[in-house]
Ligand binder design. Structure first.
Ligand SMILES: Cc1cc2nc3c(=O)[nH]c(=O)nc-3n(C[C@H](O)[C@H](O)[C@H](O)COP(=O)(O)OP(=O)(O)OC[C@H]3O[C@@H](n4cnc5c(N)ncnc54)[C@H](O)[C@@H]3O)c2cc1C
Length: 411
């Protein structure tokens, strides 16, 4: 194989591994390069490893045969080579960036605030992005350990639940007024909060952390904006992610919030493509698994010669399962999609069962389903997702909205 026809993929996460596997199946030669020491794994399931529910082996991805463990430090676009950290080079015919995201490090006093790529955090302070982060946290968590999770989005909620299940005394500090506010409406957020509280997590909303205090290089406490200090043996930073665009930027590619790609997942250099969390497509940076996999599939088809293949965007559902110790506090499932809060003039159907802790709601605009949220009772999720993804007008007779919420539609 010459470097002219070689597809080189940087990043062996969900997107890179899926692409390499698909290309292998389609008979297109591919070299996958990833920096993580572990066998490629499904990042979405890391919280289950932290909770002790799965071992790392269980979440391993079926990796393609040719996987090189290395960190790529540069791209030479004129020579069409990538440079490895040890100085060696690999030539490419087509290059694919699948470099994922980095955790956002909040600007806290006492915290290393430079590039997250260095991961130089004080002892006891952890990001929650990689298997190493997860194993580091799993090693540090013991019953009674005082843990503060900073951030109440999907990541923070998952981390807080996992640490609580392992017996830690967890405080979750969320800056905005409710949990998972990007995905959920206020009623669903309240149910998530109730679930976490039931597991013993102390949830503080509208609570800004301003400092992480260390002694002897290790974290000792976390200080809130109002001066209140919480003792902490462990701190988890779950303040969001940003696309990992350093390589693309240094190579002079168009970068906005992510690496800018078109419907053929091409960057501003026709020999370089990008997929997954690092990408900005049609103005959107997804940061979710489903779009990463769809982009990988579309690009595999294109690179294997299907010139008509396109990626036109993903309407993706957020799903989260919070397993608990049983009884009234577990397991707890939720799914959310689209716009979960109605605008004036929208129709809303909502079913709440306070005893069972279930909540279902759909938002309809001009006969089209524009969003919904299901908590505790997900039987109808398949039918709702299909109606939403298809964006087709809903049938008008016979109370179709209520029907959508109460009939599982074979899902
Ligand atoms: C704890 C957790 C829970 C999540 N839960 C959900 C969920 O419930 N639903 C959902 O949709 N999404 C979830 N996500 C997000 C999801 O994991 C990502 O959207 C998905 O992993 C994106 O895949 P990717 O391949 O683009 O990036 P990644 O999986 O991040 O993979 C990128 C890989 O590239 C490697 N890399 C980067 N730069 C280089 C370089 N220069 N050289 C070599 N290798 C490099 C990285 O080390 C990494 O291994 C979760 C994420 C986390 C951390």
């Amino acid at each position: 194989m010459t470097s002219n026809d070689r597809v080189v993929v940087i990043g062996s996460g969900l997107a890179g591994v899926r692409l390499a596997r698909r290309l292998g199946e389609l008979g297109t030669p591919v070299t996958l390069i990833g920096e993580e020491e572990h066998r490629p794994y499904n990042r979405v399931l890391l919280a289950e490893v932290l909770a002790g529910r799965y071992s790392p082996e269980v979440i391993a991805l079926p990796a393609p045969a040719e996987l090189t463990r290395a960190r790529i430090t540069g791209i030479d676009r004129s020579a069409r080579t990538v440079v490895h950290a040890d100085g060696s080079v690999t030539g490419y015919g087509r290059l694919v960036l699948a470099t994922g995201s980095n955790p956002v490090l909040p600007p806290l006093r006492g915290l290393f605030t430079a590039s997250a790529e260095e991961h130089e955090l004080p002892e006891g302070v952890h990001a929650f992005r990689t298997m190493d982060d997860c194993l580091g946290l799993a090693k540090a968590v013991r019953p009674g350990v005082r843990a503060v999770v900073i951030g109440g989005g999907l990541l923070g909620v998952s981390a807080a639940r996992a640490l609580a299940v392992r017996g830690a005394q967890v405080v979750l500090a969320q800056q905005s007024e409710r949990l998972m506010e990007r995905q959920l409406d206020p009623a669903a957020s309240r149910l998530v909060r109730r679930h976490l509280t039931g597991l013993g997590v102390e949830v503080h909303t509208e609570c800004r952390v301003r400092d992480v205090r260390c002694a002897g290089g290790a974290v000792r406490s976390v200080e809130m904006a109002d001066g209140y200090a919480l003792d902490a043996d462990l701190v988890v930073l779950a303040c969001g992610v940003h696309p990992r665009v350093g390589l693309a930027q240094a190579a002079g590619l168009d970068v906005g919030k992510g690496v800018v790609v078109d419907d053929k997942l091409r960057t501003s250099d026709p020999y370089i493509h990008a997929i997954g969390d690092c990408v900005q497509h049609a103005g959107t940076v997804y940061g979710l698994a489903a779009p990463a996999l769809e982009q990988a599939d579309a690009l595999a088809a294109l690179l294997a010669g299907d010139t008509g293949a396109r990626y036109t965007g993903t309407r993706s559902l957020t799903r989260l399962t919070l397993t608990g110790p049983g009884g009234p506090f577990g397991p707890f499932d939720l799914a959310a999609f689209g716009e979960t809060e109605a605008l004036p003039g929208d129709d809303v159907v909502q079913l709440t069962d306070a005893t069972r802790g279930t909540y279902r709601k759909v938002v309809v605009r001009d006969d089209r389903l524009v969003g919904g949220v299901l908590v505790g009772e997900l039987g109808t999720v398949g039918a709702l997702a299909r109606a939403w993804e298809g964006a087709e007008p809903l049938p008008s007779a016979g109370g179709p909205l209520l029907h959508l919420l109460t009939n599982d539609g074979g899902s």
